[in-house]
Design a protein. Structure first.
Lengths: 299, 195
């Protein structure tokens, strides 16, 4: 019986002494942590995606407070997070230049793409491109095994009825996981403000790529866009036109001259409408001026 | 003179012949986990030396003056674990206060010393070998030094392996396991030492 009591008392006493000792030590060795770090950490989305360039949200929160890191680096958080972080840091919110995924191949889905053979192997792009250069007639295009869609954690990539991959810009956080997953490097993270894109990644000669592409979106290396671009943003790289997004002013002139549908300009119709409206305005003004001049002469 | 000889014998035994990691296979988690960088390996080694020495001291005292007189030696394991856990907590607080950089590089492995079997192992071995107080402390110290030596050797090797040309399948953990095995084989040679 005494052993039972001794055991309980001994362990109880040991625990009590250690507990008190630790409590005392934690007061004595208390480390002040900036409360800002904690509150920023709470605001960050805890996705730990690493898009900011720091290992996880906690590290980024610390970097903001202690190293003065930019507050607009959190891609998944978006404007909301930037606003709150700016409030905590007493800084002005700077809108992030949000990046979204652009797929540099629009060969038209399974129906339009020209295939060399019917691939029935393991369902991953990495395996598909190994079989005699991939099932496509084009050696640079999308092989429709959807590694990028599988890699996307934010439900931003969708497959339409035709098997085409559609980027949902609202969901895309610009994390770049799909770009890493694509074995043909077709996906690029581009600022959402840049709307004009070259939808081809083929380095083949013009005739070859035109023949291989099933959707008439091949770059045939005619260099018309290079000549047309007012800011010299387009360069030819081994039979492929490439837009330097730093220089691009989104004027859409390259899309107008492109003989194929390789350059995509979603603002084309908007521009055409604006242009027509401007023309109509100008004509109206001219007529009115003429009228007023006539009136003057009459009077 | 005999005393010094005994201490030297003990040092060689604990550091080389009965090395905790490579001969007794205790404390393998930090051995693989914290041996990627030399800096953090040295930090971890120092923390383990400190904790082992302190643990040896306190566990011996608790065993001799608390558990034995009350005839409750069967509580050895839980009492030792309690002591070691509290000690590690204390060390963690002190390190966080005095050396934040070291605290960061040790990361999760400092709390893991709590459950490091090498620390509990040295405490129990001290009792089993019936060392007196001084020898128990020294055994803890030497065991910690042995652990640190192996950890630093491993970190040095792995830092160089980072730049070595290896097949992809061997990179990282697999080659570390092979290196660990080779080191254990090399340390087996020490067991032939005779005094």
């Amino acid at each position: 019986m005494s052993i039972l009591i001794y055991s309980v008392l001994t362990l109880g006493a040991l625990g009590l002494i250690y507990g008190l000792g630790l409590a005392f030590a934690s007061k004595k060795f208390h480390v002040e942590i900036d409360p800002k770090i904690e509150s920023i950490n709470e605001i960050l989305p805890s996705a730990n995606c690493g898009a900011c360039g720091y290992p996880g949200c906690a590290a980024y929160a610390e970097a903001i407070v202690e190293k003065g890191a930019e507050i607009n680096l959190c891609a998944p958080g978006g404007d909301e997070v930037i606003k709150h972080v700016a409030e905590i840091m007493g800084m002005e919110a700077t809108t992030a230049d949000r990046k979204v995924a652009i797929i540099h191949c629009q060969s038209g889905g399974k129906d339009n793409t020209n295939f060399k053979y019917n691939y029935q192997g393991i369902e991953t792009c990495k395996a598909a491109i190994l079989v005699s250069g991939g099932p496509n007639a084009c050696n640079f295009g999308c092989v429709y095994q959807y590694d990028c869609v599988k890699a996307c954690k934010f439900d931003a990539l969708h497959i339409d009825d035709n098997g085409m991959i559609i980027v949902n810009n609202d969901n895309c956080t610009g994390c770049g996981a799909c770009a890493i997953a694509c074995p043909r490097d077709l996906i690029e993270m581009v600022s959402i403000k840049k709307r004009v894109h070259i939808l081809c990644a083929s380095h083949d000669k013009g005739a070859v790529s035109r023949k291989a592409c099933g959707n008439n979106t091949a770059c045939i290396a005619c260099t018309l866009c290079v000549k047309k671009c007012p800011v010299d943003a387009i360069t030819m790289d081994n039979n492929l036109a490439i837009i330097d997004y730093d220089k691009c002013i989104v004027c859409g002139m390259c899309a107008d001259v492109c003989p194929t549908a390789a350059i995509f300009d979603p603002l084309k119709e908007v521009r055409a409408q604006k242009k027509a409206a401007a023309k109509a305005d100008a004509i109206k003004k001219k007529l009115e001026e003429q009228k007023s001049e006539e009136n003057k002469e009459e009077s | 003179m005999e005393f010094v000889g005994k201490i030297l014998f003990m040092a060689v035994m604990a550091i080389f012949v009965q090395n905790f990691v490579l001969m007794r296979f205790l404390g393998l988690c930090p051995y693989i986990g914290v041996s990627k960088k030399l800096d953090s390996a040295i930090g971890m080694g120092m923390a383990v030396i400190f904790v082992m020495t302190m643990a040896s001291t306190f566990t011996w005292l608790i065993h001799t003056y608390l558990l034995v007189p009350l005839h409750i030696e069967f509580l050895q394991t839980i009492a030792f674990i309690l002591t070691i856990a509290s000690l590690v907590q204390l060390v963690e607080m002190v390190i966080q206060k005095t050396a934040p950089a070291l605290y960061k590089s040790l990361g999760v492995f400092l709390p893991l010393i709590t459950t490091n079997c090498a620390v509990l192992g040295v405490a129990i071995l001290n009792i089993q070998s019936e060392y007196n107080f001084i020898f128990a402390i020294l055994n803890g110290l030497f065991a910690g030094i042995g652990f640190t030596l192996v950890l630093i050797l491993m970190a040095g090797i792995r830092e160089r392996l980072e730049r070595a040309e290896l097949p992809v399948s061997m990179k990282g953990m697999p080659i570390s396991m092979i290196v660990a095995g080779s080191m254990a084989l090399a340390f087996l040679g020490f067991s032939g030492l005779k005094f």
